[in-house]
Design a protein around this ligand. Structure first.
Ligand code: ADE
Ligand code: ZN
Length: 398
């Protein structure tokens, strides 16, 4: 650690008052520190060791999270559109943007709730027009998370956001699919695609979207339900989900993000989903928690998203650790990383810091990501083994 950094930290320490030490700046870069007594020197040394130990621990945790093999199960591909690419696509496709700079776009990402975010999110997606755009979008996400050691992804896409603007379904899915295939070849990253119905639109519109998807059935693993939650209960889409099931598709749904626990019950009982996206409000209903634990229904929690959309005020208040301790199958995901300030590793890091998660907690959450995935059991087992190996190495080296 640099002495400058140390001094600036020490000056915040309650052990010291400003007059207890003198800091001299030489040529604007280096500092000398004079302490007035031997007891002060001892206190100084103790503080140095404490700061160095906590910094080393932080570095070790960061390294652990980086190397941990991870699966991302809750990612809206349109939510990975970074402002830089948004500008590039707006000029490539000659689409007007209500912003003049990347900084201005980022500054606009202050949300009061889910709807205030969705309004900006759907507007941003307006720059996506050609197959190449959907490829570039998906590829940028995959390259990024490959560097974070994400080994498997299950990606949501919202076809209605594009088909309602006149972009053909084929254009959307071809671009995304091609990028997923390239990532499989180049990075060995496995993936599935999940088509989400927009719940603020009608059941009829969802049926029409499912019909459009059927020629591409081989590229789609499952269906989901997203967009504005409160006022749009899952049961509205019961018949569409039944049809999707008949087509052999898996089923997931957003529920209990802003909506009440009742929506989680409906997602389970009316839609028959095998995973709940978000689900953090389940903790308000102990009968529901019991069921989710008993059936080990996975919950794809998105901590940074929950803070940005004011589901919780601060990370320290997030209920993820309580969920984990209750025996729920909790996973960590990024939701819409370009809008919420972080991809997978940032979500793991922020949650670890806010809730003081142990390495065992982090490993368990990463394992849940693979357990909750739609991968074949032998692939899941091999990922779980690699996490166990990593934990074993950590305990012998630490
Ligand atoms: N679409 C994109 N992000 C979403 C979220 N967090 N909840 C519901 N719909 C979404
Ligand atoms: Zn989501």
């Amino acid at each position: 650690m640099k002495l400058t950094e140390l001094v600036s930290r020490l000056s915040c320490s309650s052990h010291y008052t400003i007059w207890e030490y003198i800091v001299k700046q030489k040529k604007g870069t280096s500092f000398a520190l004079y302490l007035r007594s031997s007891s002060m020197i001892k206190r100084f040394r103790d503080d140095v060791s404490q700061i160095q130990a906590s910094k080393q621990e932080r570095q070790m945790i960061e390294e652990f999270i980086k190397t941990l093999p991870k699966a991302e199960l809750h990612l809206h591909i349109e939510g990975s559109l970074e402002p830089e690419l948004m500008f590039e696509l707006s000029s490539r496709n000659k689409v007007d943007m209500p912003f003049v700079s990347v900084e201005e776009v980022r500054a606009a990402y202050e949300f009061s709730d889910l709807q205030s975010f969705l309004d900006i999110f759907y507007a941003g997606a307006g720059v996506l027009l050609q197959t190449q755009d959907f490829f570039d979008l998906t590829w940028a996400y995959l390259e990024k998370v490959n560097r974070e050691n994400v080994r498997h992804v299950e990606i949501f896409f919202d076809p209605q956001t594009h088909t309602d603007r006149g972009v053909p379904f084929r254009t959307v899915i071809t671009g995304i699919h091609k990028a997923l295939e390239e990532a499989r070849e180049e990075f060995g990253m496995t993936s599935y695609l999940i088509l989400c119905f927009l719940r603020h639109l009608s059941e009829k519109a969802a049926f029409a979207t499912l019909e459009e998807a059927l020629p591409f059935r081989g590229w789609i693993e499952g269906v989901g339900l997203d967009s504005s939650e409160v006022g749009f209960p899952p049961e509205i889409f019961e018949r569409v989900f039944t049809k999707a099931e008949e087509e052999g598709l898996r089923k997931v749904a957003h529920a209990g993000e802003e909506g009440p626990p009742e929506y989680i019950w409906q997602a389970l009982d009316s839609l028959g989903v095998s995973r709940i996206d978000h689900g953090v409000r389940c903790m308000e209903d102990q009968k529901l928690v019991k069921r989710l634990v008993k059936e080990q229904i996975p919950l794809t929690v998105c901590p940074l998203s929950n803070i940005k959309l004011k589901v919780f005020d601060r990370m320290e208040e997030h209920n993820l650790k309580k969920m984990l301790d209750a025996g729920l199958c909790v996973t960590i995901n990024s939701d819409d990383p370009a809008y919420f300030g972080g991809y997978m590793n940032e979500n793991f890091l922020a949650t670890q810091k806010g809730l003081n998660l142990s390495l065992e907690d982090l490993a368990e959450i990463a394992k849940n990501g693979f357990r909750a995935s739609f991968l074949p059991q032998e692939d899941i087992d091999s990922h779980l083994q690699s996490i166990d190996d990593m934990l074993a190495m950590q305990s012998t080296s630490g």
